[in-house]
Design a protein around this ligand. Sequence first.
Ligand code: SAH
Length: 258
Amino acid sequence: MPQLQRLAINPTQICDRIINLTAEQQHYLHRVLRLNQGDRFIAIDGRGHWWLAVLEAQETELFASITEEISVNRELPVEVTLMAALPKGNGFDEVVRQATELCVTSIVPVTSDRTLLKPSPQKVDRWRRIAAEAAEQSERQIVPTIWEPISFDLAVKDCTQKYRYIGVARGDNRHLWDCLMGTGRAGTGAPPLRMGEEEKGELSIALAIGPEGGWTEDEVKRAIELGFEPVSLGNRILRAVTAPIVALSLIGAAFEKC
Ligand code: SAH
């Protein structure tokens, strides 16, 4: 279905194969995309489903009826949670956009010892909108979840992901690529991540990336105590907004075809 326009909807908008469109969505489909009654588009519910839908009209209201579910396979066979310390300014907008394009499943904005500023609720809403837009444009099947900002300590303590990595810019740590491929020298005891078929459904990765000033030694120590392996992303110091992109690209490269 290459040329059809896509629209992100909430699964609660579907009832008996009818999509109840919000006023904003009606405006977008009709006035912005210039679709009329009988035109088709793809509705994406952000939870993995794509539907082929036809625009219908009843008096001045527009709604859509679903004709079929479209089968797509755009997601990686791993769940990836990015815990990213908030950079200064609007840098996080780009992190959210690009991480969504790459493969992230959820993003936890974290405040750390070197970034104490808690973002406003409006910022969080903005990141959620950016994630939805980026998911739509990348034809993702899911819209990544953007969590409410929490402290780094809480994020690592509550972490349920099976494989946990913390990016540390300096020091002699195993490269993330080696961890993913199970190559290179042994790390802190974490097994290689490239698993057999039977484990795929359970693969979940947490990746913590620090702020401009980096993690404090104490933060790295606490994360290690909670099962995080410190990893390198190469011998250069990357900016806080570049590091997540590099790490997610490596995860994509490691798992795209397995
Ligand atoms: N100012 C710090 C670097 C901070 S970079 C310093 O000079 O040491 C911001 C974050 O990006 C780091 O906390 C780390 O999580 C990640 N990062 C940057 N470069 C990295 C690298 N080469 N390897 C692993 N993580 C890196």
